[in-house]
Design a protein around this ligand. Structure first.
Ligand code: GLU
Length: 280
């Protein structure tokens, strides 16, 4: 007999700035889904990038969510406290020969891109072609390197894959869309893709709700889940909230933060009402 799984959602922001309405929209979707089903809503801080993440932002996330009334269940998972777990997962893939070192800088990758499309940076595979001797020589010279997933090899192992998109049904996964993603950065011994897949499974997430900007990543995550023997959750990619000029809300463009709204005396009910209106 299969035990029924409790519907479990999560909100997984990176504390690199204060939350804005776009985050509130995403958080509400996950929170409301869990509450409607009598399930669990979990909070995870994706803070592996120690240069960009700040404890002040992490504290503000908790405060803002409480202010909006989106209480979470259980402990907050803080990724930076679990680096050894991610390394263990990485090593499993390394031992299977599914990773290769990449010595390219970001600007080299941008220059070598054959056909940049839709803002996705597709790695052209430069370092995959290096010989064992070249790799050894570069590593010995102390050059920093990232580790990338060999997607062609990985797909050969897994065969065809798919994931379930809540509003439209089954989607054939095409992990080649993002190509040979980084699973360990040169400055951090893991990456977003590795951590998110590991943590979604560990935390028993049954439904991932997140912005449609991460749809391509979901194709990659489906592959990683299969490689690691993890269940693939149901996905719901939501539209991104836009500003009055039709531009996606972003902290770098000065989108008003929830904190600023709160300090300006706005009440949470009014903010939540704006979210409902933006959703149509
Ligand atoms: N940490 C990611 C972000 O803040 C979200 C990851 C996810 O929902 O899978 O954009």
């Amino acid at each position: 007999m299969v035990a029924a799984m409790t519907l479990t959602t999560r909100f997984a922001p990176s504390p690199t700035g204060y939350l804005h309405l776009g985050h509130a929209f995403s958080a509400r979707m996950a929170w409301a889904k869990a509450r409607a089903a009598g399930g669990r809503f979990l909070l995870r801080l994706e803070d592996i990038d120690s240069t960009r993440c700040k404890p002040d932002y992490a504290d503000a996330i908790l405060e803002d969510l409480r202010w909006l009334g989106f209480g979470w269940d259980g402990e907050v998972r803080v990724q930076s406290a679990h680096l050894a777990e991610y390394t263990a997962v990485l090593n499993r893939l390394e031992d299977r020969g599914l990773l290769y070192p990449c010595f390219c800088s970001r600007s080299e990758i941008m220059q070598a891109q054959a056909a940049p499309h839709s803002g996705e940076v597709m790695y052209p595979g430069t370092c995959k072609a290096l010989s064992a001797a070249e790799r050894a020589e570069r590593t010995a010279s102390g050059r920093k390197y990232a580790r990338r997933l060999d997607v062609t090899k990985a797909v050969r192992e897994t065969g065809a894959l798919r994931f379930f998109e809540e509003s439209t049904g089954w989607v054939d996964a095409v992990p080649q869309r993002l190509g040979d993603v980084v699973l360990a950065r040169s400055d951090v011994p893991t990456s977003y893709h590795l951590c998110v897949v590991h943590d979604d499974a560990l935390q028993g997430i049954t439904h991932v709700t997140r912005g449609e900007d991460l749809l391509a990543a979901t194709h990659t995550h489906t592959l990683l889940q299969k490689l690691l023997g993890l269940a693939t959750p149901v996905y719901a990619h939501h539209k991104l909230l836009m500003d009055d000029n039709g531009k996606r809300l972003a902290k770098r463009d000065g989108a008003p933060t929830l904190r600023a709204m709160r300090l300006a005396g706005e009440d949470a009910v009014t903010v939540l009402k704006q979210l409902t209106e933006s959703a149509v």
